[in-house]
Design a protein around this ligand. Sequence first.
Ligand SMILES: C[S@@+](CC[C@H](N)C(=O)[O-])C[C@H]1O[C@@H](n2cnc3c(N)ncnc32)[C@H](O)[C@@H]1O
Length: 214
Amino acid sequence: MSVDQWSERAQAYVESDAHRSGEDLDLLVEWAAGARRALDVATGGGHVARRLREAGLEVITCDPAPGMRADVTCRAESLPFAADAFDVVACRTAPHHFDDVRAAVGEMARVSSDRVLIVDTVYMGEDVEEAEVVRDPSHVRNYTEAEWRGFVEEAGLRIEELETLEHAFDFASWLARTGCEGAAAARAESLLGGRVADGKLTLDKLAIRAVKGA
Ligand SMILES: C[S@@+](CC[C@H](N)C(=O)[O-])C[C@H]1O[C@@H](n2cnc3c(N)ncnc32)[C@H](O)[C@@H]1O
């Protein structure tokens, strides 16, 4: 999606059950404990920022889509912040949209003085990749755990914890958020196979807690 399309759909991401909740949000709050100043990269509907603020952190949000009303309008690949400006940098359910995920992880590492927390959908096979593109042509790629380990380590970060999580959410709302309907929706459902059941789509996510330094 272009930034204009993201902006048009901003309210859908604020209201989205798939984004408002999830054990990954609890994990990010747990992993951010003890930090004071946080950056939420690709904030979208602001759910990470909201939870971190509730936990007492001072949070700056950023996103390239003006409609997301972040504190700073910017891409993850080029963060307009000084080195070590935040104790913790978090990025949830967004890197699969980035044009250059390596550059984005490098930037997150640069602006953090300590922790980088990443949650994203993980690679589940080519059928799921195709379903993602059918539903949202701006989908770039879900990466494997091995690829993620590479991106994080290349950025000079050390992985302290890595968890895989299953995330189940309403399938019809997932399609509706990107305006996917008719034959395209049927094609996506067929590609997703057994991942769609009882109106829910279940996707696998990877959560990484990484720190700076060897
Ligand atoms: C699924 S939404 C974000 C979800 C949000 N982080 C959450 O936890 O609910 C994806 C966001 O990524 C943003 N985005 C797309 N490309 C980006 C890029 N290159 N750098 C940073 N953000 C980007 C979009 O504007 C959108 O707000």
